[in-house]
Design a protein around this ligand. Structure first.
Ligand code: GDP
Ligand code: IMO
Ligand code: MG
Length: 426
């Protein structure tokens, strides 16, 4: 299997960074294909911890070609900040390729992200305020700036002038300060100059790699339940993390995508607002949050915590064509007396086994659980699946049964070494 997509199958923060870094030890290319610095991907190895936001998780290995593909929204200032931060920690020897077609996140996108949220009053989405939604809006409104534009001074000036006509009108309407063309122009031309060595047509590069049968990992951000198409709309992000979005967002053909690995926590978390049928508000939520260090990588917000939701998982696996699951943060559940997995929703007095398409219905769904005994033993030093307590193995088997998908990885800690591979899939 040469080309594998790493997809979060819940509401983000499932451990995609850890698994991408782990699998990248065998990869030639790692590609981020959507989202931007709303993501926070944590990676731990050799006693070091990194939190990447827009830079692909293969950046630590000098042999890997890291691609930021056309489907991303890139904040050049933030990306340069990440690269500077990596350089300070000795990560200077890497290969990075940034698509000339990727959308640029401009300062007005961040201002508008905050302002639009404030307008929603009690119904705010709880975005990361990184300007993701407004940047994707401009891309589709055809007034967006693209990374390649930053390398063409005259063309960039024209694009920025046109964009500012609309953007300054919006800012003024919202009572915000308007933006000065010269200041923005000079700042962004300078970012373009610094990023010039990396900016290219990444579709050409990726197709060359496909031709060589290179091993390519596609690193999704967010999760399927936050997908603009298949997530809990409108409480979603503005891109699609599904495997289906990879061809469009990278410029390679669908036939070159071999398999998708779903990254799934052994329980559920969500950061930001929106429906969450299995959410817990009791001592158990606190227990899991503290053991799993469930605080946002980007915004530091405490993550909402709940039981595993197999209805949502089946939905996510279906719409993203998940072949295998990687079960993360498994160690966190030690000490939980009874584990529950939601296998149906109760909606208006009837049991259903699908995710309703409208928020008003989804908000009414109550979880119907199957229960299983937990285990007491700490698992962070377990290296072999057979060493797991029987009840832990049963929990894994139950997840496989309820999702009809094989669990090929069990992760028992944040470090690269704390990974139990049951089958070599890459
Ligand atoms: P991502 O956005 O999907 O890459 O996930 P995040 O990095 O935002 O959040 C996952 C968190 O769980 C990070 O703090 C990881 O270091 C941590 N983590 C990943 N796998 C495991 C695991 O198996 N056990 C524990 N205890 N922590 C893990
Ligand atoms: P990773 O890749 C968890 C959530 C935000 C908010 C909603 C919309 O680390 O898993 P946005 O800023 O994208 O417009 O916010 O999506 N969100 C994430 N939650 N992990 C992420 O990324 C997220 N990226 C966005 O909290 O609810
Ligand atoms: Mg994260």
């Amino acid at each position: 299997m040469s080309r594998l997509v790493v997809v979060g199958v819940q509401w983000g923060d499932e451990g995609k960074g850890k698994m991408t870094d782990y699998l990248a030890q065998n990869a030639d290319v790692v590609v981020r294909y959507q989202g931007g610095n709303n993501a926070g991907h944590t990676i731990k190895f050799d006693g070091q911890k990194f939190a990447l936001q827009s830079i692909p998780s293969g950046i630590f290995n000098p042999h890997i070609k890291n691609v930021m593909a056309n489907g991303m929204v890139i904040n050049p200032k933030a990306a340069l900040g990440e690269l500077d931060g990596l350089a300070e920690r000795g990560i200077k020897n890497y290969q990075l390729f940034i698509s000339d077609r990727a959308a640029v996140i401009m300062p007005y996108h961040m201002m508008l992200d905050g302002a639009y949220e404030n307008l929603k009053g009690g119904k705010l989405i709880g975005t990361t305020k990184k300007g993701i939604g407004p940047a994707y809006c401009d891309k589709y409104s055809r007034i967006g700036i693209r990374m390649g534009d930053l390398l063409e001074p005259e063309y960039f000036a024209e694009r920025l002038k046109d964009a500012l006509v609309q953007k300054n009108m919006e800012l003024a309407m919202l009572g915000l300060e308007t933006m000065d063309f010269d200041t923005l122009y000079n700042e962004y031309i300078a970012y373009g100059e610094r990023l010039r060595p990396y900016i290219c047509d990444t579709s050409v590069l990726l197709n060359q790699e496909v031709e060589k049968d290179s091993k390519i990992l596609f690193e999704g951000a967010q999760g399927v339940m936050l997908c603009i198409e298949h997530g809990t709309y409108p409480f979603v992000t503005s891109s699609s993390p599904t495997a289906a979005s990879v061809p469009l967002n990278t410029g390679i053909a669908p036939r070159f995508i071999d398999h998708a690995l779903g990254i799934c926590k052994a329980y559920t978390t969500r950061v930001g607002e929106g429906p969450f049928p299995t959410e817990l508000h009791d001592d158990l939520a606190h227990y899991i949050r503290e053991r799993g260090n469930e605080y946002g990588t980007v915004t530091k917000r405490p993550r909402r915590v709940g039981y595993l939701d197999a209805v949502a998982l089946r939905h996510a696996c279906r719409v993203s064509g998940i072949n295998y699951l990687s079960l993360m943060l498994f160690d966190v559940l030690s000490g939980v007396e009874t584990l529950k997995i939601c296998n149906r929703y109760m909606l208006n007095g009837e049991e259903i086994d699908y995710v309703p398409g409208t928020l008003s219905l989804y908000e009414k769904c109550e979880p119907v659980y199957v229960e299983m005994p937990g285990w007491k033993e700490e698992l962070d030093n377990v290296t072999d699946f057979e060493q797991l307590p029987q009840t832990a193995k049963d929990y894994v088997a139950k997840i496989e049964e309820l999702t009809n998908t094989k669990v090929v990885v069990v992760s028992v800690g944040p470090d690269r070494t704390q990974t139990i591979m049951r089958e070599n899939i890459f």
